[in-house]
Write a protein that binds this ligand. Structure first.
Ligand SMILES: CC(C)(COP(=O)(O)OP(=O)(O)OC[C@H]1O[C@@H](n2cnc3c(N)ncnc32)[C@H](O)[C@@H]1OP(=O)(O)O)[C@@H](O)C(=O)NCCC(=O)NCCS
Length: 165
């Protein structure tokens, strides 16, 4: 939504992206907790991921803020990568930050020689699926009963792929 994006930029300055490191572990865990996921990442787990050389992470920051208001993380394996998680803070959604974050991440992965980026997304997660489609991901598979739901049921995952070459 461009009007929300310009309002945000007028109030706080443009969004910028940058790498995250272990010092951001608590902030990444707090953002992950806002993602609505059944299994939450704790700060220790986030620190381990942020320290892992096979994991590429970007944060998105508003203006001069030092705390990220969103992050994306992918694990590299040979010339492929898989998105582990992407979250934008609850109060900051639908203002273009997810798109900014994922575009920067894709550029970073492509610069490292990654040829294909995969991800799994719950098939009912319309905002995330819309973001991925907009950035050129295509559905290449479906995993039945992949995600546990808070009500004890299970939801299917879509497997999506984007070629980076
Ligand atoms: C998915 C998520 C990261 C998107 O971040 P965001 O900053 O809100 O996304 P953007 O504002 O950049 O939106 C980019 C595009 O995605 C689509 N989109 C985003 N949110 C949407 C929504 N609620 N409904 C429909 N489309 C949506 C739109 O096409 C949008 O472009 P537009 O605003 O110009 O129409 C965010 O909703 C989030 O953190 N969700 C919780 C965690 C999660 O589900 N992560 C994905 C796990 S697989």
């Amino acid at each position: 939504m461009s009007w929300l994006r310009s309002l945000l930029e007028r109030k706080s300055g443009p969004a910028r992206t940058g790498p995250l490191d272990v010092r951001h572990a608590r902030q990444v865990a707090a953002l992950h907790h806002q993602g609505g996921f059944a299994r939450l990442w704790e700060p220790g787990e986030c620190a381990a991921l942020l320290a892992d050389r096979a994991v590429v992470t970007e944060g998105v920051f508003i203006g001069a803020d030092r705390e990220p208001c969103g992050f994306v993380m992918s694990r590299l394996a040979a010339d492929e990568a898989e998105v582990l998680s992407i979250v934008v803070a609850g109060g900051r959604r639908r203002s273009g930050l997810g798109q900014t974050l994922l575009r920067a991440h894709i550029a970073q992965l492509a610069a490292r020689g990654t040829a294909r980026l995969f991800l799994e997304v719950e098939e009912g997660n319309a905002p995330a699926i819309a973001l991925y489609r907009r950035l050129g991901f295509e559905t290449v598979g479906r995993r039945e009963g992949y995600y546990p739901k808070p009500d004890g049921g299970r939801a299917a995952a879509l497997v999506m792929r984007r070629d980076l070459g």
